[in-house]
Design a protein around this ligand. Structure first.
Ligand code: PBG
Length: 327
């Protein structure tokens, strides 16, 4: 029995050489950004229960660790600080202290290492007692414009400390515009803005909030500023505004639950598109692996391919070390 088929797509899948010949995309070390936690309290690399293989690093050990990551081909790092609880207050004023951990970290890495790119997250959540990304008004609502003014000053300090890209992750309105203006005023025309443009109010940030110690007993609700997971049109508007305000790179976050948004961004803006595979995306794959239900490395690779296929050419991922060793 033999059908007279014109099309037999399986012919190009016959053996590994043919399969690699028709492969549509490869993952590259240059696609990867590793998010890194640096901690003021840690004396040794501290485990994070909800994020296997990820640690909070004391700054004095981080520099040599960055060199090790470079040896396996990772050269871009997004730095997230965990500061002492005693330095937090409702205004998050530690962001304006030029000696603060996040600035010292960039300064020390850049002083010791060449050919490394650093992304500095700009938001108030590592610094506020309430864990919100901005300051609150008397009704407990995050105040947009006052927050943006503080963030723009933080961005100038980050640029001065050596961050190549500042990355506002707060979702306030108008922050890209004001950050650009302030950077330019301070002669930081060459510091780029990687904007968390379409950042959703996601349940997948939980493990991250444990990692930097902003987790509260009841989950914080950021839906007054982050996007509703139901809304694609609103995400498009946010991307458009950040593009207009001068963002150099647009980021979508989380990644895999929002592939449609990534695809839209790729097709509509001719600047690099980044996606952040967030802590919960990482931890859910790990959790299934630990249960013996899913294979860790295959799932991690598959997730990278899906995010890249959707159109992200930069991927923030906690899997970066494993992926870098695999490819
Ligand atoms: C906050 C910020 C968050 C993440 C990066 N920057 C969490 C939040 O919005 O509460 C999440 C990253 C992750 O989950 O891996 N400015």
């Amino acid at each position: 029995m033999n059908f007279n088929l014109t099309h037999r797509p399986r012919r190009i899948r016959n053996n590994p050489v043919l399969r690699s010949l028709v492969k549509e995309q490869e993952l590259s070390h240059n696609d990867l950004v590793l998010p890194v936690f640096v901690s003021e309290q840690a004396q040794v690399p501290e485990k994070i229960d909800s994020m296997p293989e990820i640690f909070r690093w004391p700054l004095n050990l981080l520099v040599s660790k960055i060199k090790e990551w470079q040896d396996i081909g990772i050269n871009t790092f997004a730095i997230f600080p965990q500061i002492q609880a005693s330095k937090k207050n409702p205004l998050g004023s530690e962001i304006l202290n030029s000696d603060s951990l996040v600035y010292k970290t960039a300064y020390e890495i850049k002083a010791a290492i060449d050919n490394v790119a650093l992304v500095g997250d700009i938001a108030l959540d590592p610094y506020t007692t309430h864990g919100h990304d901005g300051i609150l008004d008397c009704n407990g609502v995050v105040e947009n414009d006052r927050t943006v003014e503080i963030l723009a000053q933080g961005a100038v300090l980050a640029a001065g400390a050596g961050y190549d890209l500042v990355a506002p992750s707060d979702m306030m309105d108008g922050r890209v515009k004001l950050i650009r203006e302030e950077l330019d005023k301070q002669n930081k025309q060459n510091t780029g803005i990687l904007s968390y443009s379409a950042k959703f109010s996601s349940a997948y940030y939980g493990p991250f909030r444990d990692a930097i110690g902003t987790g509260q007993k009841t989950a914080i609700d950021k839906s007054c500023y982050q996007l509703d997971p139901a809304n694609l049109r609103e995400a498009k508007r946010e991307l458009e505004l950040d593009f207009e305000e001068g963002a150099d790179i647009l980021m979508i976050k989380p990644a895999e639950p929002y592939l449609d948004v990534i695809k839209y961004a790729r097709e509509n803006f001719n600047i690099p598109i980044a996606a952040y595979q967030v802590s919960g995306e990482y931890s859910r794959i790990w959790a299934s692996h630990l249960q013996g239900w899913l294979d860790l490395e295959s799932c991690a690779l598959e997730s990278m391919h899906s995010i890249k296929r959707a159109g992200a050419n930069i991927i923030f991922t906690y899997f970066a070390e494993r992926i870098a060793k695999l490819i």
